[in-house]
Design a protein around this ligand. Structure first.
Ligand code: FMN
Ligand code: EPS
Length: 386
């Protein structure tokens, strides 16, 4: 079974990712993994930490001479900032440094310290931090390399920041490959230069006020063939897996697939994608309201998923809180922070979608070696060529 675990604290020595269930013989391009790590570090509105880090993976297991050998793959990403935190984050020795006692509304601080019985909120915030997503992106980049072998690509872009949206008509007429090239030159991974200017202005204003912003990103998966996921059980549905995976990203608070929340205002006659058939090419649709999934199963159309990120909880003009020692009112903790991280979250969204798709495809076609896997995919594709 394809699965992974990440470890590491934000200001600890390193993050790790251990990936299990990759077929043997997969050629892994480490440069592609590092390129995605670099993309995750970008985005107008990110804080000082991204100037310190330069994320790169080091492979520790599961790969020989560039190819997987079937055993678990381990990647390590060193935290450069560790050099500045060795005293406060030492794995052994007496506690040093001031305790964090003013929980930030919106972060894991208060529920985490109650649950884990900690007196220093740092014990919670270090792991709650989205620094962990660097390790996930390394896993996602591997998943994308599995998907690429069968012609599946995953792209993401930002569609809204702080209420400023990409123009609706532009969104409708831009396909996934155009999106990939358009976002190359954008600091926010946004396809609409005009909207991007307004988004940047909104981020600047938020920063000046000691405030923060959230937004929406979209993930599109192309080249998908019908049959990934299943209607049989709730936890095999591709839509439920994608929603859960996207929702697992720190600060993501809503996910929609296809027309999503827009369905509420539509009659059935406008909501579904009529089915057509052409000899030679088979079944096809003229619309994609479903976002590529019907009955929890991919239907062969592009998969389209959007997620909303709440505004960053660490505010330089802090909200009210309560000191966890004295119980007296206090301003919430402030520390170095992003003002807006939707661009980075989009890359993480792309990652999580790729992980779900790679999991579904490896589950369906199995194979201990990459050749077995590809043969099985080919045989299935032949069968469904109707
Ligand atoms: C890429 C990324 C960067 C983030 N950067 C920050 C940050 O600098 N400061 C902060 O307070 N929260 C940041 N967050 C959000 C917190 O990690 C998140 O709000 C927190 O984990 C609690 O969110 P939850 O309620 O969704 O779990 C970031 C999230 C992501 C995805
Ligand atoms: C380190 C990353 O994001 C961090 C996510 C984060 C949080 O609370 O989620 C808080 C900030 O950490 P720091 O206090 O070290 O600046 C962000 O920089 C990263 O994305 O690599």
């Amino acid at each position: 079974m394809f699965k992974f675990i990440t470890t590491g604290e934000s200001h600890g020595p390193a993050l790790t990712a251990v990936i299990e269930g990759l077929p043997a013989g997969l050629s892994l391009d480490i440069d592609l993994i590092n390129a995605d790590l670099a993309r995750r570090q970008k985005g107008y509105g990110r804080g000082g930490r991204m100037k310190i880090e330069c994320d790169r993976v080091e492979a520790y297991s599961g790969i020989r001479f560039g190819k997987t050998i079937g055993s678990p793959v381990t990647f390590v990403i060193h935290n450069r900032d560790w050099a500045n935190w060795q005293d406060r984050m030492a794995p052994v020795g007496e506690p040093r440094g001031e305790k964090v006692t003013a929980p930030r509304p919106g972060h894991a601080d208060l529920p985490g310290m109650l649950k884990y019985q900690r007196e220093d909120i740092r014990d919670i915030l270090e792991r709650a931090s989205a620094r962990e997503t660097a390790a996930r992106v390394a896993v996602g980049a591997v998943a994308k390399q599995v998907l690429a072998l069968v012609g599946i690509q995953v792209v993401s872009h930002v569609t809204n920041i702080g209420g400023v949206s990409v123009a609706a008509d532009l969104l409708q007429r831009t396909n996934a490959s155009d999106i990939m090239s358009l976002i190359q030159s954008s600091e926010l991974a946004c396809i609409d230069p005009q909207a991007e200017n307004s988004m940047k202005e909104a981020i600047r204003n938020a920063r000046d006020e000691g405030n923060s912003l959230g937004g929406i990103f979209e993930v599109i998966v192309t080249g998908v063939f019908p049959g990934l996921g299943s209607h049989i059980h709730w936890d095999r549905r591709l839509d439920s897996r994608l929603a859960g995976a996207l929702m697992s990203i720190q600060a993501v608070k809503g996910v929609e697939i296809g027309d999503g929340f827009g369905y509420a205002g539509m009659p059935g006659s406008k909501a579904h994608d009529e089915i057509f058939y052409q000899q030679g090419t088979g079944y096809y649709r003229k619309t994609n309201h479903a976002g590529g999934i019907e009955g929890g199963i991919s239907n062969g159309q592009d998969i389209v998923v959007r997620a909303v990120m709440k505004p960053i909880p660490t505010l330089m003009t802090p909200l009210l809180s309560v000191d966890i020692c004295s119980k007296a009112p206090i301003k919430a903790n402030t520390e170095r922070s992003d003002v807006c991280a939707v661009t980075a979250a989009a890359v993480v969204g792309e990652t999580m979608a790729a992980i779900v798709l790679a999991g579904a495809i490896l589950e369906k076609f199995g194979g201990d070696s990459i050749d077995d896997f590809l043969q099985s995919v080919d045989a299935y594709r032949q069968r469904i060529r109707l």
